[in-house]
Design a protein around this ligand. Structure first.
Ligand code: PA5
Length: 444
């Protein structure tokens, strides 16, 4: 039998759930899988990500690769403007793949429009003044306020620097094919555009131009990434949770949630995954947190956070379970040397590698947390690569869809995101919000 690319070890969960409940949840998992296969579940208009993986339009991929090369020639910096699903996938991939201290592409990829910090934008504008830069503005709706504000500011800078005609050739817009303010602007100014498919929501859009263009500009092999996603798609076809780790993961987290473990902590021991955790938090948080349901998703990086959150995980209220992502082989490793005087008392580690120490720390932590009644499971992938990134993304996307259906929610909408927007618009006195403006002003 072919060795599994991704291994799920859930031994340390079994003390907290019984075998019968696993057998019972199988029926629910099968029902959820049917809903996905037949496109009959809630949010079924947003299942394009399932069909797309493995069936990419070659013209679209070639266009992305060609454009990424053009941007690399044209710019020292590509500013990617977007928020939520129009930002996190690309950011996660780039942080996962890039070197900690060296630029791995001729073009540095910087993100904007993911916050409303005036200091962030001001400092970015200062930084860009001496750089050749281009912009990839990404918004599916084309109307999101944060990226729109950042785009307005950076477009002015670009036009001042290159003149309007040349600036227009440095702007790449990724948006809906027909609607939204960004679409109208792009059509008027004749920007090069890429389309966000109607049937793919923001948090499921890594494998569309939303993620692919910035990732390609960062010098990452997007074809390898898509290969990894396809391999995952071909792997997780069976409905039996014992033969499908994506479904087993979804089942386990739901069983823990139905007990008292309402918080899932995604843990890494390689900080290159920190933004992968941010992407994962958006995927699960936005997909499941609704109708009064949902696991609260959080993240940690070990061993760093063992010196902060570790106390709570070990000893605090038993509401947390951990899902640890383990990288089997580090990209680089080094041996701990010997020192004759041994004043630092580390000679017991001589000739041991740092990765070996890291792995023992994780093993020890898992046992300690088990003693502290914190269930934990571990997902192991062979190494950091574009391929493993694609594989992991698909694994979690599929698990999230199944998990959302197990919870009984629509995993593909995000109604709660609108509430803050309404209040913000009212307080900013946007036309159309007059009634709410009055109501809120009374409360303030
Ligand atoms: O996952 C989602 O759908 C959201 O997080 C959106 O991506 C986010 O709100 C940005 O939306 P838009 O791409 O329309 O600007």
């Amino acid at each position: 039998m072919k060795e599994k690319y991704l291994k799920l070890d859930y031994e340390n969960i079994l003390a907290f759930i019984n075998k019968d409940s696993l057998d019972e949840i199988q029926t629910e998992v099968s029902r959820a899988k049917n809903k996905l296969d037949n496109k009959s579940g809630l949010g079924n208009a947003f299942l394009g990500w399932l069909d797309t993986v493995g069936n990419y339009n070659p013209d679209m991929i070639n266009d992305i690769i060609k454009t990424s090369k053009k941007i690399q020639k044209q710019a020292d910096v590509l500013v990617v403007i977007g928020i939520g699903g129009s930002y996190l996938g690309a950011k996660a991939a780039i942080e996962y793949m890039k070197s900690y201290f060296k630029l791995t592409s001729k073009t540095e990829v910087i993100f904007a429009g993911q916050n409303l910090s005036s200091t962030y934008l001001s400092e970015l504008i200062d930084y860009l003044k001496t750089k050749d830069f281009s912009i990839n503005v990404i918004s599916k709706s084309g109307t999101t306020t944060e990226p729109a504000i950042a785009f307005r500011a950076l477009k002015i800078l670009l036009e001042d620097k290159y003149g309007e005609t040349s600036a227009n050739k440095r702007i790449y817009a990724t948006t809906d094919k027909n609607k939204g303010a960004l679409r109208s602007l792009a059509d008027t100014k004749k920007y090069k555009t890429f389309i966000v498919p109607d049937d793919i929501g923001g948090r499921y859009s890594v494998f569309t131009p939303v993620g692919l263009l910035p990732i390609a500009v960062a010098g990452i092999d997007i074809l390898k990434m898509l290969e990894g996603a396809k391999e995952a798609k071909d792997t997780y076809l069976k409905e039996d949770i014992y033969q499908n780790d994506a479904f087993m993961y979804a089942a386990l987290r739901n069983l823990l949630y139905r007990d008292k473990f309402a918080v899932e902590l995604l843990v890494n021991s390689e900080p290159k995954l920190n933004y992968f955790s941010e992407w994962w938090k958006q995927l699960f948080g936005e997909s499941e947190g609704k109708d009064g349901e949902g696991l609260f998703v959080a993240s940690a990086s070990f061993t760093t956070d063992l010196h902060s959150l570790g106390q709570f995980i070990q000893d605090g209220k038993n509401i947390i379970f951990e899902t640890i992502i383990n990288i089997d082989k580090p990209e680089k490793d080094l041996l701990i040397g010997q020192n004759k005087a041994n004043l630092d008392q580390l000679n017991y580690l001589k000739e041991k590698s740092i990765d070996y120490v890291n792995k023992q720390a994780i093993k020890g932590t898992r046992l300690a947390h088990l003693d502290g009644k914190t269930p934990n499971m571990m997902i192991t992938i062979p190494k950091i690569s574009a391929y493993s990134f694609g594989y992991l993304v698909y694994f979690f996307e599929l698990a999230c869809a199944i998990s959302g259906y197990l919870l009984g929610v629509n995993p593909f909408n995000q109604p709660g995101v609108e509430n803050y927007k309404k209040n913000m618009f009212a307080l900013l006195e946007k036309p159309g919000f007059e009634k709410l403006t009055k109501e809120l002003k009374k409360k303030l």
